[in-house]
Design a protein around this ligand. Structure first.
Ligand code: FES
Length: 322
């Protein structure tokens, strides 16, 4: 079986698949070589073992603790990656992963006081780090608050029984859950919150609300995972974007990346790493001013032709796109 792309050189075999919640599955993968990663990192997966469809998934296992490399994936109706991985891939199949990537990790934090905040499937790096801290910093004071829609949506429900965790569910009549959403009052009840390193992962609006609330409570050490799709409203003024095929005009506020402008206007674009690494979001700019902070996967010729990585492209004025 040949490597589909040099970006995903790690061949892994599916050892078993476990359903976690009604719409989330964990794939346990066996790698014949040593796959190096840190708790909290993600990998790109070559979808259908093809070169041009890559998707980013957090590695939910923990190095030095978990017997397998695991990916924990929510099935999304229109998600080509999640539909394949949770619906078609089966035990014994091979899939291809990139090197582990990302800097949403706890290993480099020197503190021993953490507050880990997760919502929905954003719990995957949080659980990975929680296990790592239990094994490598058993003295650490680690508080976890995990938000879900309802009790049946708690991912790793059995394993959470091993760790102190505050569960918050939007809809619940079960004991053991706070009903509603994460509030500043719930956060304020965390002992000495201002002195903690706070790490959060979940949908972008959730992470934005967490950031605002914990900073208002005096937190200075704050980290959030960055590869989740923002759900910004389409703008009606600001920078103008024109696509030639199909012909279309749309707007985005000054300061957004080209990827954010495309996504908030529902213009089809692939994105996986959101960090200028995977090359998924390659887009051609025909005219206009912009700056870039990564051209990592582009050739000299592509750059000369106006190709950019949309996630790393910062429009400085109106743009025309191919
Ligand atoms: S999403 Fe990976 S390079 Fe842009």
């Amino acid at each position: 079986m040949t490597m589909p792309t040099t970006q995903c050189p790690w061949r892994m075999q599916v050892h078993h698949i476990q359903q976690e919640t009604p719409d989330v599955w964990t794939l346990s993968l066996f790698c014949h070589d040593h796959y190096s990663y840190q708790a909290g990192q993600y990998a790109l997966v070559s979808i259908r073992n093809s070169a041009d469809t890559l998707r980013a998934y957090t590695i939910s296992s923990t190095p030095g603790v978990s017997p397998f490399i695991t990916l924990t994936i929510r099935r999304i109706d229109e998600g080509v990656g999640s539909q394949w991985l949770t619906g078609e891939v089966k035990r014994g199949d091979y899939i291809w992963l990139s090197d582990a990537q990302g800097d949403f990790i706890c290993e480099d934090k020197t503190t021993d006081r953490f507050l880990l905040l997760a919502a929905g499937c954003g719990v995957t790096p949080i659980m990975s780090m929680r296990r790592w801290l239990a094994k490598n910093r058993p003295q650490a004071d680690v508080q976890v608050i995990y938000n879900v829609r309802s009790p049946k949506d708690v991912i790793f429900a059995e394993e959470w029984k091993n760790y102190p965790v505050t569960l918050v569910a939007e809809v619940t009549n079960q004991p053991g859950f706070i009903e509603g959403r994460l509030t500043r009052e719930i956060l304020a009840a965390v002992p000495d919150i201002a002195s903690r390193t706070v790490m959060t992962c979940g949908p972008a609006p959730y992470m934005d609300a967490v950031e605002e609330n914990v900073k208002a409570l005096g937190v200075t050490q704050f980290f959030k995972e960055k590869f989740f799709t923002p759900v910004a409203e389409a703008a009606t003024s600001g920078l103008k974007f024109t696509t030639l095929t199909p012909a279309r005009e749309f707007y985005s506020p000054v300061g957004t990346t080209l990827l954010e402008a495309l996504e908030s206007n529902k213009v089809p674009v692939n994105a996986a790493c959101r960090a200028g690494v995977c090359g998924c979001c390659k887009t051609r700019v025909v005219s206009g001013e912009y700056t870039v902070n990564s051209t990592m996967t582009l050739t000299e010729r592509e750059i000369a032709e106006g190709y950019v990585l949309a996630c790393s492209c910062h429009p400085q004025g109106d743009l025309v796109l191919a």
